[in-house]
Design a protein around this ligand. Structure first.
Ligand code: TSJ
Length: 640
């Protein structure tokens, strides 16, 4: 079959493929792990395109036991194999041997979606030691073999075939990719996202090394995907959201699916896609969405008279805690940036904006309680921002020795005197305090270990509170005074973070501290300054991967995602004191990697909060019992 003369007339083609092999980074971004996976995304995207065009419903991706060879199969129409009269080549051969073949073949009937992302099947072919393309059409099987981009012979006719479809199997060239091993987790994640973005699409992933097979299918679309993002991040949603919009506008040639919600997280998280390809660097579609959200929320806050006097709402306040999944399909996407992670088509911005804004505005008019909750979240963000600015403007007042003289002896203060950047960790127990002291970033992180018992402020009079060393130490460290003497301008730390064990004793201590704050320094809670740290309870090591879980549910979720029969090593930390200092920093203290839960008093729900604190922390055991019995059903909704 393989003949040396077969491809003698395709000199320019070979030159093109030689260029790919000489400078692979130019075509796939790099020859690292990301570049290696890019080859697979490229092939998968071609099958997904056949699905999006309505010609296929099922894709099977198989990772060989060698961890390097992958195959992608779909049940689409099958790549055309008949020989083109003018060129003497089949579509199949053209797309595998010609750079940027997409769109040029057969009067645009042949459009390779992966090519949308820049490279195309020929690049994958050029960078593979072996590639086999198999097409099932007209009851027959057609196969062509390639090595490093060159055909080893013409298309071969094989067995009779049932149905139609395309299967491509390739092995990345180890001369190009130093580490040519695929990461099954990364593959599974990417494939699952594809099924969120294409309702009805079924993708099966077979890992022959682990002997596992997973089938992904998500009929709920972007709304389900947003749920999953919140699940993984542990985010708490504000109000009865998400807002979901699924529009196909054939006139404009745009499809736009959006799900969005606000959460208590202070981050803004937008997962955006163009033709189901991730755009981690955003672009014009994200700009359109943000503009729509900004305008609709402002309008709703004005119309419903939800802007509070004396509080200026900035755009950044509207986006705090916003989480969204945005999936658009456009005809000729222009990707930008080194890794092609940003959409650049200017027209898409206004298309998305005009699709989303009026519908989101309508939604907020019809759902007043949701609009109220969003407004409350925005105002909370504005307050926190203004409070930290006010604190910052008081820096000079804080440098005074007078302030430092009164600090409690067990406080390990930070070097910074700028409240805006400094943080106070209130840590349960001496040994945990030691780990935290060693592991912290001394520049901005102060540690206050709690030694004795924390008083239940709900059951004690003010005199008793003033007598409790643990609580008065906290107030001295904070510098802001309490009750009538509370002065936020004297607050010495912008964030007050409770760090307690992830067990019931730890939760109890955190509750006692929150009760004290609620009764005696509620301004701290109103300004969004109090946080709970999330120390891990479990460490899960599987091969080269390490995961952390703060509770049993998270642990179970992580374990469920590992391939069947894998035997991960699970460590349970008995307490924070057990954790080595560097590990504590890495998982819980480091501002870049940790997760914090901001403690808030739900706006508009003050009466409920008041009753809850009285019932739960007060002297009447019967009220406590009643609360537990009525809330047990909805326990998943209790955020602290
Ligand atoms: F391009 C590729 F090699 F990367 C690739 C393409 C890899 C895989 C796994 C699948 C595909 C692919 C291509 N699946 N389905 C198609 N469909 C077509 O190429 C096709 C078939 C028929 C017609 C037609 O007009 O009859 C048009 C197209 C684009």
């Amino acid at each position: 079959m393989a003949t040396g003369t077969y491809n003698a007339d395709s000199i320019t083609v070979l030159e093109g493929l030689e260029a790919v092999r000489r400078r692979p980074g130019m075509y796939i971004g790099g020859i690292d792990k990301a570049g290696l996976h890019h080859l697979l995304w490229e092939i998968v995207d071609n099958s997904v395109d056949e699905v999006m065009n309505g010609h296929a419903t099922r894709i099977v991706v198989t990772l060989d036991a060698d961890g390097k060879t992958v195959s992608v199969a779909d049940n689409g129409r099958g790549i055309p194999v008949d020989v083109h009269p003018k060129t003497g080549q089949s579509a199949l051969e053209v797309i595998f041997t010609t750079l940027h073949a997409g769109g040029k073949f057969d009067n645009d009937a042949y459009k390779v979606a992966g090519g949308l992302h820049g490279v195309g099947a020929s690049v994958v072919n050029a960078l593979s030691t072996s590639l086999v393309a198999q097409v099932r059409r007209d009851g027959l099987t057609y196969t062509q073999h390639y090595r490093r981009g060159k055909p080893l012979g013409p298309i071969e006719l094989g067995e009779p075939a049932r149905g139609t479809g395309t299967t491509v199997t390739f092995t990345p060239d180890p001369d190009i990719f130093r580490d040519a091993a695929y990461d099954p987790k990364l593959i599974a994640e990417r494939l699952e996202v594809k099924t969120y973005l294409n309702k009805g699409l079924v993708i099966q992933f077979v890992d022959q090394k682990e002997k596992t097979s997973i089938e992904f299918r998500h009929e709920g679309g972007v709304a389900d995907y947003l749920d999953a993002v919140h699940q993984v991040r542990g985010d708490t949603r504000v109000a009865a959201l998400p807002f979901v919009l699924e529009r196909e506008d054939s006139g404009e040639g745009l499809r736009c699916h959006v799900a969005l919600a606000w959460t208590e997280s202070t981050e803004e998280v937008i997962r955006s896609f163009v033709n189901t390809i991730p755009t981690p660097d955003g672009g014009t579609h994200e700009q359109g969405l943000r503009e729509a959200v900004r305008a609709a929320v402002r309008r709703s806050m004005t119309d419903h008279d939800l802007i509070k006097k004396g509080i200026e709402v900035k755009n950044e306040d509207i986006f705090e805690g916003l989480t969204a999944v945005l999936s658009v399909c456009v005809h000729e996407p222009q990707f930008q940036g080194q890794t092609k992670g940003r959409l650049n088509n200017p027209e898409v911005r206004s298309l998305v904006e005009s699709m989303v804004r009026p519908r989101l505005e309508n939604f907020l008019i019809k759902n007043k309680s949701v609009a109220d909750a969003i407004a409350a979240r925005v105002i909370q963000a504005a307050k926190a921002r203004e409070a930290s600015r006010a604190a910052a403007s008081q820096v000079r007042r804080k440098t005074a020795i007078s302030n430092r003289l009164n600090l409690p002896g067990k406080l390990h203060d930070c070097d910074s005197t700028n409240p805006e950047e400094s943080e106070l960790f209130i840590v349960e127990g001496d040994s945990a305090g030691g780990s935290a002291k060693q592991g912290r970033d001394r520049d901005i992180q102060a540690i206050l270990p709690l030694k004795g018992k924390v008083l239940n402020a709900e059951q004690a009079g003010k005199a008793k509170v003033l007598d409790n060393k643990e609580l008065t130490d906290i107030i001295s460290a904070l510098g802001c005074g309490m009750d009538d003497h509370y002065d936020p301008a004297r607050l010495r730390y912008g964030k007050i973070i409770l760090l307690t064990d992830a067990d019931s004793d730890g939760h109890h201590i955190a509750t006692l501290l929150l009760t004290f704050f609620y009764r005696h320094v509620p301004g701290l809670l109103n300004d969004g300054r109090v946080f709970l740290a999330c120390p891990p309870l479990y460490k899960i090591v599987w091969g080269k991967e390490t995961h952390w879980a703060a509770d049993d549910a998270t642990r179970d979720r992580i374990l469920a995602k590992l391939p069947k029969n894998s035997k991960p090593n699970i460590t349970r930390f008995k307490g924070l004191g057990e954790m080595p200092a560097p590990l504590l920093y890495e998982t819980t203290l480091d501002p870049a990697r940790r997760r914090l839960l901001r403690v808030v008093i739900p706006d508009g729900d003050r009466v409920y909060t008041e009753r809850t604190v009285t019932d739960l922390m007060g002297k009447e055991p019967e009220a406590r019992f009643k609360f537990i019995m009525t809330e047990a059903y909805t326990a998943k909704d209790i955020d602290i």
